[in-house]
Design a protein around this ligand. Structure first.
Ligand SMILES: [Zn+2]
Length: 265
């Protein structure tokens, strides 16, 4: 029984699926195929959930290699992921059982444990996708754009038909740049500037968390924040604990920031 997933139609053949407020995926329908952008946390059968939206053949794409975007790959035959994030993907998938055992008791946990016990909790084979590559859904063509930062291989997908950029965590409201495998802030800034050639082709961003899209102009706020961080060295930022240690928030406003460690400067 469905416990976690909530569906939100975004128009133009796009459906957002929110997984208990923890991460977000999207179904994009083309004339012949449907695309799944990210696969959530592997605690519900995402294939069955997607079948409520479309009966078309499915293409699966991961924006990056983090657990909350890839665990649901186990319900599919194959998934596209930039090779630069494959080691991250493998590391997280090896931790799936620990992740499941840390979940609160309930139906989702019982289901995930049954997947482990029956040997079904395995990653599907990955297919490499590189910046500039496209995914063709039968005339609706999406283009992969590299936004290295949050992870070195993070890819955004541009859907020109709906003027939407699917960003995963590469562009988001609380951008995590403190992870060991996150790039420097300078590389992030280069990635943000590198989006300029496409900026006229999308109006909104569909991110890896949350249930609403974000105006494309938010990229300028992220740029300003990254530039200011490099200029000031974050000298007024206060340390913040997170489960992996300690980092700093460089604020855009009360709800938006870049989270970083000093070695990224
Ligand atoms: Zn992530």
């Amino acid at each position: 029984m469905q416990q976690r997933a909530r569906f939100y139609p975004l128009g133009d053949g796009i459906t957002l699926i929110d997984d208990a407020g923890e991460s977000t995926c999207y179904v994009v329908e083309g004339p012949e195929k449907a695309l799944i952008v990210d696969t959530l946390n592997g605690l519900e059968d995402l294939h069955a959930l997607v079948r409520r939206v479309t009966d078309k053949p499915l293409v699966v794409f991961n924006t990056h290699g983090h657990c909350d975007h890839i665990y649901g790959n186990m319900f599919f035959d194959e998934a596209y992921l930039n090779r630069a994030d494959w080691a991250i993907h493998d590391e997280f998938f090896a931790d799936y059982e620990n992740y499941v055992r840390s979940q609160p008791e309930g139906e989702a946990k019982r289901y995930a444990l049954s997947l482990i016990e029956s040997g079904k909790a395995k990653p599907c084979p990955l297919k490499d996708i590189q910046p500039g590559d496209t995914i063709d859904l039968g005339g609706r063509v999406l283009e992969a754009i590299l936004v290295a930062g949050h992870t070195p291989g993070s890819l955004c997908l541009l859907d020109r038909q709906s003027r939407t950029l699917f960003t995963g965590d590469a562009l988001c409201h609380q951008l995590w740049m403190q992870l060991d495998h996150s790039t420097s802030i300078r590389t992030l800034l280069e990635s943000l500037n590198g989006l300029d050639p496409w900026r006229g082709e999308f109006d909104r961003m569909a991110m890896g968390h949350g249930i609403e899209t974000t105006p494309a102009s938010f990229i300028d706020q992220l740029k300003d924040c990254a530039e200011d961080l490099l200029r000031t060295g974050g000298k007024d930022d206060l340390p913040q604990a997170w489960f992996g240690g300690e980092g700093y928030r460089h604020m855009i406003d009360n709800e938006h920031w870049i989270f970083y460690t000093k070695d990224k400067l």
